[in-house]
Design a protein around this ligand. Sequence first.
Ligand code: ADP
Ligand code: MG
Length: 139
Amino acid sequence: MDRLGLTAALEQLAHNMTTEWLSIQFKAMGFSGERLPNDLETALYRIVQEAITNAVRHAHASVVGVLLERIEDKVKVFVEDDGIGIEDDPFSVQDRLGLVGMRERAEMFGGTLTVESSPGKGTAVIVEVPVGHSDSYRR
Ligand SMILES: Nc1ncnc2c1ncn2[C@@H]1O[C@H](COP(=O)(O)OP(=O)(O)O)[C@@H](O)[C@H]1O
Ligand SMILES: [Mg+2]
């Protein structure tokens, strides 16, 4: 991951977690080879990994879309599935590695994590984290 960079690492993750029954499609927008701070790349990778794991474990989805988007002074990540959706408050599960932990990770970087879901309509996990101008991270 440190070597690959976030975009390539997520591409590989999506590929590796794709199965015969579940297709995981990754897309990055607004990146032109620049890297984000290491600890932020790691945090975003873990969040996406856990969101895909949730889709695999809970959603009964057939497609998961992962979008990583660099917009001005933000990075946004969407992980959307076409599964069964969530009925109850998903943040009520006190799982260190679950949504509560994912939100904590986003908040450590001054960002937010929200979940949009309705039963039968799938689930979207949306992460937004502020980042400085990309030039400051070029190396
Ligand atoms: N993509 C999803 N589709 C359907 N239900 C989900 C999804 N993600 C999370 N959930 C529901 O929200 C709950 C909380 O998720 P999480 O905090 O990751 O805990 P865990 O995966 O350990 O149960 C899950 O138990 C599940 O009921
Ligand atoms: Mg989970």
